[in-house]
Design a protein around this ligand. Structure first.
Ligand SMILES: *[C@@H]1O[C@H](CO)[C@@H](O)[C@H](O)[C@H]1NC(C)=O
Ligand SMILES: *[C@@H]1O[C@H](CO)[C@@H](O)[C@H](O)[C@H]1NC(C)=O
Ligand SMILES: *[C@@H]1O[C@H](CO)[C@@H](O)[C@H](O)[C@H]1NC(C)=O
Ligand SMILES: *[C@@H]1O[C@H](CO)[C@@H](O)[C@H](O)[C@H]1NC(C)=O
Ligand SMILES: *[C@@H]1O[C@H](CO)[C@@H](O)[C@H](O)[C@H]1NC(C)=O
Length: 687
């Protein structure tokens, strides 16, 4: 009767597990599932609930074994015990002086960061232990006193309390981390925080992160025997152990996704018929809002829970702490979920069941079972609701519903600042068709309310700060967003949606493909080497786009990148937009709205008509961006919006040209992705 135990949600089976289901669950017994047991020895801690058994090194807190589904250990037994299940942090001391300023003039790089630093516990504690629930803690404590070499505390001024929770009847275990800096501690920059699981390479060959993105993966050895491509993460598989993968490109960044979608991913073992999944039910503790992209799972077989990184953002997203700056943040909990099917059943069922499990976990957020007071329960949190309307006077006389807008709370700041915010919590929801939104489960604190939506440029911010107290229930009523706009649309290119997905995305080179994406239009941008196709299509002359003649889906290359020369250097490119104006109003201003979806060490210079490359541009962005989204197959990085005044005197009646020069051309990955371009006439007199 309880054979489905390992795949069904724990919340249905145990009474104290999920607040929302409390009244129902009370009547349910434990289905005969054994009590949770903790066994603590000198060097190890074992957590066991009869479904799985997890072994930790004590007091370091490394996960060394996960026994489940007939397998003694799902983790890679050939790896050292410190290299199977761990947390690590990439950090550095803030760059001093000019040391980190690169010659490109684009500002600091990340080169001052040390290698990743393993989080090693120095203290072990049992937080809670009864038959239904065990929670343990591995504590890493910083001390300003110089540490000796055996302490493995190489000076990262941070306390880390890693917690692991096992519940009765639950096929998996939860973990979360409480990170803290006290007043007076030294300055640091943190580039990345994550948890890592490395699975048995002989068992787990099939990876899944969405209904479409799932496949048989290469072996780690294949990356050694293959041919590295333009950077070390991308490898052409020349001698793969599984011969059907020969000729494909492997790159972990091909499996990134936006944080809003990064909820469940992992691996399936066909021979053992088991699945291993990382389920992240909330995005509240991740940096930089819903569109931030990050890694999921990749060849190893490796599965990550990414909490913070500057992937697809660059230095803009370093978590920078000043000397003395205190901070506390809880990352997680996330669930390591295990499932299994009997030998005669389709192992791909494991993915669908993991997805179902993810939905139940998401609905149970905020969890009520973490013992730490630093993780507030639902009755200690608040909510905000309202309705977003958009009023673009040049499109509609009256405000329209902000259909499907993203609305969120993040640290107080300027409109749009959430995409660079890393130290606090963010709470985002997507409004419904009418623009109505309800944000629940918000932690106590002071926030700004932000919004953005497809079809409109720019960022909304509610005028006052939102103060959330335990039990707050705030109704903001109707909010009206007036997106940037000075005059009527004369022409436009693309769709304002913070992505370059609607533009022309070339086919990859036939000898450099990931076959998973060959017949998948939606994920075509994930192919390797697309930047290099620009030169194939435009070997000598750059892109020229004529309004009214060209179609951006076909004729606007998804990224403005440098051109490869015959001697394999790269040179800057200048694109042109050609458009007709009937009667220019010389004394008035026109407006060019340029929204960028990504920028990597790029400088966009704009010149109107009389084009002279060596003449001072009419407008320049200056060097911007280190999001590296072009090399990482992201279809966007960070969002930029430039509203440029164009005096009528720069324009002529008849044919006009705008020259868009990406002037930083030394690397293949320098460049920008456009999101949307709009040319507006002078404002009407009557406004
Ligand atoms: C640092 O940069 C500034 C501005 O570019 C320059 O004037 C100064 O000489 C540099 N200092 C050092 C130590 O390189
Ligand atoms: C080094 O540090 C560890 C942990 O703080 C301590 O247990 C040990 O006694 C120290 N060893 C020496 C030689 O000071
Ligand atoms: C792929 O094919 C192109 C010719 O189309 C060739 O120039 C290139 O070297 C090949 N790349 C690899 C990695 O084999
Ligand atoms: C490479 O070629 C470009 C033009 O094709 C030329 O401007 C440049 O000087 C060449 N560089 C070298 C190092 O030969
Ligand atoms: C046009 O824009 C320029 C530059 O922003 C500004 O200085 C000028 O006042 C504007 N002219 C009119 C007529 O609005």
């Amino acid at each position: 009767m309880f054979v489905f135990l390992t795949t069904v949600v724990c919340e249905l089976l145990i009474g104290h597990c999920c607040a929302r289901m409390h009244s129902v669950a009370k009547q349910v017994d434990h289905g005969g599932s054994p009590a949770v047991a903790l066994r603590v020895t000198d060097k190890e801690v074992v957590m066991d609930n009869g479904i799985l058994q997890v072994t930790f090194l004590k007091p370091q807190g490394f996960v060394t074994a996960i026994k489940f589904g007939g397998l003694e250990n799902l983790l890679e037994i050939r790896n050292e015990e410190t290299n199977r299940g761990y947390w690590d942090i990439v950090w550095g001391e803030p760059a001093s002086g000019n040391s980190s300023i690169e010659a490109d003039g684009c500002g600091p790089t990340l080169c001052q960061y040390k290698e990743s630093w393993l989080v090693v516990g120095t203290g072990f504690k049992i937080i809670k232990e009864d038959e239904n629930h065990a929670e343990i803690s591995f504590m890493t404590t910083w001390s300003s006193v110089i540490q000796n070499s055996s302490s493995n505390n190489h000076g990262l001024p941070l306390n880390v309390d890693r917690r692991f929770i096992m519940l009765r009847g639950c096929s998996g275990f939860y973990s979360y981390g409480i990170f803290e800096r006290k007043k007076g501690w030294p300055a640091i920059d943190i580039a990345q925080i994550r948890a890592v699981y490395k699975l048995q390479r002989d068992k787990f060959h099939y990876m899944a992160l969405s209904d479409k993105i799932q496949r048989v993966m290469p072996m780690p050895e294949d990356r050694e025997t293959g041919e590295p491509l333009a950077y070390k993460e991308a490898v052409l598989l020349t001698h793969p152990i599984n011969p059907t993968l020969k000729g494909e490109v492997d790159d972990k960044y091909q499996y990134s996704c936006e944080d809003k979608d990064n909820k469940v991913h992992g691996w399936i073992s066909f021979n053992a018929q088991v699945g291993f999944w990382v389920i992240t039910p909330s995005n509240e503790f991740r940096s930089a809002g819903p569109l931030k992209q990050d890694l999921t799972s990749h060849v190893g077989p490796t599965t990550l829970a990414m909490f913070h990184s500057n992937h697809y953002a660059g230095k803009d997203l370093a978590m920078s702490f000043q000397q003395g700056e205190p901070w506390k943040k809880v990352f997680g909990p996330f669930l390591v979920h295990l499932n299994s099917v009997p030998p005669h059943e389709d192992p791909l069922k494991l993915w669908r069941q993991a997805e179902e499990k993810m939905i139940v976990e998401t609905k149970s957020w905020p969890y009520h079972f973490p013992a730490s007071e630093d993780f507030p329960k639902s009755n200690q949190r608040g909510s905000v609701e309202g309705r977003l309307l958009v009023h673009d006077r040049f499109l509609n006389e009256n405000p329209k519903p902000g259909s499907f807008a993203w609305v969120g709370l993040a640290a107080p700041g300027k409109a749009g600042s959430w995409q660079r915010e890393t130290k606090g919590y963010q709470f985002w929801v997507q409004a419904d068709k009418s623009g109505s939104f309800v944000i629940e489960g918000i932690r106590e604190g002071s926030y700004s309310l932000y919004a953005f939506l497809r079809g409109f440029v720019g960022d909304y911010k509610y005028q006052s700060n939102i103060i959330i107290l335990p039990g707050s229930s705030i109704n903001l009523g109707n909010l009206v967003y007036e997106p940037p706009r000075n005059g009527p649309t004369l022409w436009e290119i693309g769709i304002p949606d913070r992505s370059a997905a609607e533009f022309f995305i070339p086919d990859p080179r036939p000898n450099l493909t990931n076959r998973l994406y060959l017949h998948d239009e939606q994920n075509k941008h994930r192919q390797y080497g697309l930047w290099d196709r620009y030169t194939d299509i435009y070997p000598r002359h750059d892109l020229v786009y004529t309004i009214g003649v060209n179609n951006y889906r076909r004729d606007w290359f998804f990224a403005q990148v440098p051109r490869r020369t015959r001697n394999m250097t790269y040179e800057m490119t200048t694109w042109q937009i050609v458009f007709l104006l009937e009667a220019v109003r010389k004394g008035r201003n026109y407006t060019l709205q340029i929204a960028l979806a990504a920028a990597a060490q790029a400088e966009l210079q704009i010149r109107f008509n009389g084009h002279k490359l060596n003449a001072k541009p009419d407008f320049t962005t200056g060097c911007i961006g280190r999001d590296n989204a072009i090399a990482r197959h992201g279809i966007h990085g960070l969002y930029w919006l430039f509203s440029i005044d164009v005096p009528g005197s720069w324009l002529v009646s008849g044919s006009n040209r705008i020259f868009l020069t990406q002037s930083r051309g030394s690397y293949p990955f320098n460049g920008v992705m456009y999101d949307y371009i709009r040319f507006e006439g002078p404002p009407r007199q009557d406004f």
